[in-house]
Write a protein that binds this ligand. Structure first.
Ligand code: NAG
Ligand code: NAG
Ligand code: NAG
Ligand code: NAG
Ligand code: NAG
Ligand code: NAG
Ligand code: NAG
Ligand code: NAG
Ligand code: NAG
Ligand code: NAG
Ligand code: NAG
Length: 556
């Protein structure tokens, strides 16, 4: 059966039937067997605990196998175990806390609503005889489900983060409603407004932008398992960490797998580590939050994401301030701050201008060849740090400045003399890694030709015929090459055998192995995707790309 017909049937099955919710129905957290379930048993409205560590706080949610996809009141709808969620006789849907106080309501009293319905696509709606008065699809919280039409008047919210679709067709992620830390335009040449754009996540995992002025919908993002699987639900969610992701989840398994993320490097999400927080990667791909220097301490020692504060406030030392130099560190600067805080200055002028400016709390010299310097005058600072980052930052503190201990001084025994320049190490490591990945890919291709193709490969071929680039994420390739990649570099690296994948000449030279390790890690973390470009005949070119290159490719 052709894939498209299959999905069509699948979609029909998901949407055609709905369950009635009579007026007067009530749900309570204490009785999980009171729930409103869609006729296909895929979605249900029920109270779910906000976390396993906090089993006494609940959200009234539409859930898919225990995963909430809509929450009454969003982040503000957290209630205790005596709460009630009821469809009142007046037709109003409301959530009250144990104390009886109103937490959220649909404001649909006396509008002729005869009952509520939950349909097979997860849409909870309140209709009168002729029209839908209120629906969860029209009032999303942090998630978009397949078939849901997300328009410019709607937003997804999670904590201080929000996701919007603009009239221009741009997708944008914002912190505190104004700082735009991610923006994806329709295409590079289009400057103008669409008429009434709608963003829809298709069941197959492609995020499409519709508009009456567009002859065909524009594909804005693909989930990495695009077109695969049969009984899979995909959804788009703005997570509490400020990243927008597509997930897929098998029916009944209660878990979801990340398939696409808008911001590829979590440390670039504005404010993720709170005010004065510095985001970095510690040994693994999991980002961690720290403070700029020992002149700072965590605002809440139990929650590093809540940011840092000065041990001594600047006001307490008016004649004794200094600018502490932080290597490989950048203070994030996005629109609208970009226009007011960017100047073109050399590194030392970038520091001196901040020292002189009374309102300047910190500055960053990008040192990336653009000559740019950010003079931070805002009261909120969000930083990130990476060994691969050429930038230097300066932060105002009360003297004396106390740098954080660097990883190498923590372990003085393992420290070896440093002979190579940083960039030599980085280049050699990057070249080795590219070689390793190309080799893996080659073996993988060779292997795949001999095995029967799965659904996904067939689908990939369809795309190949249509001329679109076929993509495999690094993870997928890693998975596919399991079994014979043991001798290869990435695995050696995972085992800690750094010497085995580094150019022999470097190893002989007694380089600083910690430095090499850091460079490898940052290189690996940047190899986001591998793209197979079809060539004439049966040849393929495999290239490694980052997100910027990915966007360019997609437009072609
Ligand atoms: C809904 O209630 C039924 C019993 O009425 C129960 O078997 C089922 O597990 C409940 N579903 C959820 C998601 O709580
Ligand atoms: C509901 O009540 C609990 C205490 O019983 C409280 O912690 C919680 O904040 C209340 N929720 C709202 C939304 O007012
Ligand atoms: C349903 O609601 C619409 C809009 O509020 C209204 O125009 C219509 O008359 C209502 N129909 C009934 C049967 O109440
Ligand atoms: C509930 O609403 C649906 C859709 O509006 C309608 O078809 C159905 O007859 C209603 N059921 C009852 C019991 O009123
Ligand atoms: C689902 O949501 C849409 C709004 O996006 C609404 O128009 C539609 O009527 C809803 N579905 C049902 C079955 O009521
Ligand atoms: C849309 O995105 C483009 C490209 O990033 C940008 O130049 C433009 O200013 C954005 N438009 C709006 C209205 O944000
Ligand atoms: C960009 O989008 C506009 C509006 O749909 C379209 O006319 C134009 O051809 C697109 N340009 C490219 C390079 O895709
Ligand atoms: C697009 O619409 C906004 C208001 O929604 C308006 O301010 C802006 O000037 C329009 N841009 C163009 C290019 O028409
Ligand atoms: C989405 O909603 C807008 C506004 O209601 C509408 O103009 C558009 O046709 C809808 N798009 C789709 C794909 O349903
Ligand atoms: C980073 O890793 C080191 C050891 O690998 C550990 O001691 C330290 O607690 C980690 N830091 C954070 C913030 O997780
Ligand atoms: C941190 O957690 C400990 C134990 O869980 C608690 O005693 C302490 O009060 C907490 N500190 C803060 C600042 O919340």
């Amino acid at each position: 059966m052709p894939l498209s017909i299959f999905f069509f049937i699948h979609f029909l099955f998901y949407t055609t039937s709905y369950a009635d919710i009579p007026l007067g129905s009530t749900l309570t957290p204490s009785n999980p067997n009171t729930n409103w379930t869609s006729p296909n048993n895929v979605f249900s409205v029920t109270f779910i605990p906000i976390s396993s560590t906090n089993p006494t706080s609940f959200s009234a949610a539409i859930s898919f196998s225990g995963i909430p996809v809509w929450k009454a009141g969003g982040d503000f709808g957290i209630v205790d175990s005596s709460a009630r969620f009821e469809l009142q006789l007046s037709g109003n849907l409301r959530l009250t806390n144990g104390s009886g106080s109103l937490v959220w309501e649909s404001r649909t009293s006396n509008k002729g609503i005869s009952n509520g319905t939950l349909d097979g696509s997860g849409n909870l709606s309140l209709r009168n005889e002729s029209v839908t008065i209120w629906s969860s699809f029209d009032n999303p919280t942090d998630t978009i489900l397949p078939g849901q039409n997300f328009t410019t008047s709607k937003s997804l919210r999670s904590g201080l983060y929000s996701f919007l679709l603009l009239d221009s067709g741009n997708l944008s992620l914002r912190w505190n409603s104004d700082v735009i830390y991610w923006n994806q335009a329709l295409n590079s040449s289009f400057r103008g407004n669409l008429s009434s754009p709608g963003l829809v996540l298709q069941q197959t995992g492609v995020l499409q932008l519709f508009d009456s002025t567009l002859s065909v919908p524009v594909n804005m993002a693909y989930s990495s398992d695009y077109g695969e699987g049969t009984d899979v639900l995909r959804f788009l969610r703005l997570d509490s960490d400020g990243n927008l992701r597509i997930y897929s989840s098998g029916r009944g398994d209660g878990t979801s797998t990340e398939r696409w993320a808008a911001v590829s490097d979590q440390c670039k999400v504005y404010g993720w580590c709170g005010n004065f927080g510095i985001c970095s990667y510690n040994d693994s791909s999991i980002p961690v939050c720290g403070c700029p220097s020992q002149n700072f301490e965590f605002s809440d020692p139990n929650e590093s994401r809540k940011g840092c504060k000065r041990k001594v406030e600047i006001e307490a030392c008016p004649s004794n301030t200094a600018l502490l130099e932080l290597d490989h560190t950048q203070f994030l600067t996005y629109p609208p701050e970009l226009s007011s805080q960017v100047v073109i200055l050399g590194v030392s002028a970038c520091r001196e201008n901040c020292r002189g400016g009374g309102s300047c709390v910190a500055s960053t010299a990008l040192a990336d060849g653009t000559g740019r310097c950010y003079l931070k005058v805002s009261s909120f600072l969000s930083g990130w740090q990476s060994p691969a980052l050429p930038s230097k930052s300066f932060i105002k503190i009360c003297s004396p400045g106390l740098l954080n201990p660097s990883p190498s001084t923590v372990n003085p025994n393992q420290r070896r003399p440093r002979k190579q320049q940083d960039w030599v190490v980085a280049v050699v490591v990057a070249c080795s890694l590219v070689g390793v990945v190309l080799l893996q890919g080659g073996v993988w291709l060779w292997c795949c030709r001999k095995t029967p193709m799965g659904l996904s490969a067939q689908h990939a071929l369809l795309e190949y015929v249509s001329g679109a680039p076929v993509q495999f994420s690094y993870k997928e390739l890693q998975r596919s090459t399991k079994g014979f990649k043991d001798k290869l570099g990435a695995v050696e690296f995972e085992r800690g055998n750094v010497n085995d994948i580094v150019d022999e000449r470097l190893a002989e030279d007694q380089v600083d192995m910690e430095q090499v390790t850091r460079a490898i890690k940052s290189t690996l973390s940047q190899l986001r995707e591998i793209v197979m470009l079809p060539h004439r005949g049966s040849a393929w070119t495999m290239i490694l790309i980052d997100d910027a290159a990915k966007k360019k490719l997609r437009r072609k």
